[in-house]
Design a protein around this ligand. Structure first.
Ligand code: SF4
Ligand code: SF4
Length: 379
């Protein structure tokens, strides 16, 4: 057996769904496409480090010759309905950039150990553009919603890439999408028009993007104040959005089949609500948020902001008191988005709370939020 087939067999033995190998050449098409999209991807240029350097695998690991690309089907358990309205399935599955002390982290660690043990220099890289790498390695094709699809496993998969320093036997790339010619279900399901055309995602309109990229501390130049038009569409989503995948006929089996319960997710689901996120103490953050949402958002205030928006969208007057309390948050973005949510909920109590908070509000941006919430109430 060749080293190439040994690598793929070991990956399948570890539980990965698919494994492929491709050369570690630059991702020039991806680079051209992303750089050519102007304003849509301007935030890349604000990133610390070299923008789009991830398209050059040999900048990540000098001497890289090959990429092992592995896919894991993470939709093999039932995702609780309530939690899934708030949190995307991929986060619930704890498989996206998993920490070393997790099951999926251990799986990656074992894979890395196997590769090193076979004499390869290895770099497990989260930077390589995984979807183009997956297509180059022949294990996925692109859906028109821009997600990667692995045959009957659909798009609820996660991709991992290992850079390797030896030439291997490469798989045949997937060049064509397997979407049915006339299907537009994903575009129709997207509430914001983020899927502007087949294979074109406008990130600034995507709910998933807005829930996490809106963290100025990451240096991407994007405001922490989510645009009002996006807030309206966020429904209850505080982290991730699966709407364009859930509507896809290629995922029908994954959405409709019954899968076994995940007791840990059940435990989280029982304990999880938007109100609890908005008012969370540190223990809730550590026990209920971090175990599944450990990647993109490091500070609780962003989850609280998103929860305030979601509560506003629900429009339930019962959440009024919690939102009023949030007007006293030490974090300006929580106060600002809570004000917006009170404007959506309406009522005399919301109006009185906004009036009282306006008087003592020190932050100009929050004041503007409060004033427009008050205006919304007056309509
Ligand atoms: S993840 Fe949600 S908001 Fe983003 S493109 Fe898909 S449906 Fe639209
Ligand atoms: S909804 Fe239709 S067009 Fe969109 S990814 Fe699925 S099959 Fe392709």
């Amino acid at each position: 057996m060749s080293l190439s087939s040994d690598i793929k067999e070991y990956a399948l033995n570890l539980g990965f769904t698919r494994a492929g190998l491709c050369p570690a050449d630059d991702f020039t098409d991806h680079l051209r496409e992303t750089a050519g999209r102007g304003d849509d991807y301007a935030f890349h240029l604000h990133r610390p480090g070299l923008p789009l350097s991830d398209c050059h695998p040999r900048r990540i690991m000098p001497g890289a010759r090959s990429i092992a690309v592995l896919a894991l089907d993470y939709a093999r358990v039932a995702f609780p309905e309530k939690l899934s309205r708030m949190v995307g399935r991929i986060y619930q599955a704890r498989c996206y950039n998993p920490p070393a002390d997790s099951l999926n982290g251990a799986r990656l660690e074992l894979m890395g150990r196997f590769l090193s043990g076979r004499g390869l220099k290895v770099n497990y890289s989260q930077a390589v553009p995984a979807r183009p790498a997956g297509a180059r390695a022949g294990i996925i094709d692109f859906g028109r919603n821009t997600f990667a699809y692995a045959g009957r496993h659909g798009s609820f998969i996660v991709l991992y890439t290992f850079l390797l320093d030896k030439e291997l036997d490469y798989d045949r790339p997937t060049l064509k999408s397997r979407c049915p010619p006339d299907c537009r279900a994903c575009q129709e399901a997207c509430p914001t028009g983020a899927l502007a055309a087949p294979f074109i995602l406008k990130p600034l309109l995507c709910l998933a993007f807005n829930a996490w990229k809106t963290q100025p501390a990451t240096g991407n130049g994007i405001s922490a104040y989510i645009p009002a038009a996006i807030r309206e569409k966020m429904a209850a989503h505080i982290h991730g959005c699966d709407l364009c995948q859930a509507a896809c006929p290629r995922n029908r089996r994954k959405v409709e089949d019954r899968f076994p319960e995940d007791p840990f997710l059940k435990l989280l689901d029982d304990d999880f609500s938007l109100s609890r996120v908005l008012a969370m103490p540190e223990s809730f953050f550590e026990k209920r948020i971090r175990p599944i949402m450990y990647n993109y958002i490091q500070e609780p205030k962003y989850f609280q902001r998103n929860a305030a928006v979601a509560l506003g969208n629900q429009g339930d007057p019962d959440s009024g008191p919690e939102l009023v309390r949030a007007l006293g948050s030490p974090h300006d973005i929580v106060r600002g988005h809570a004000a917006w949510a009170l404007g959506k909920i309406g009522g005399k109590k919301s109006a009185a709370a906004l009036e009282a908070a306006l008087n003592g509000e020190p932050d100009g941006e929050v004041k503007r939020e409060m004033l427009s919430a008050r205006e919304a109430l007056a309509v």
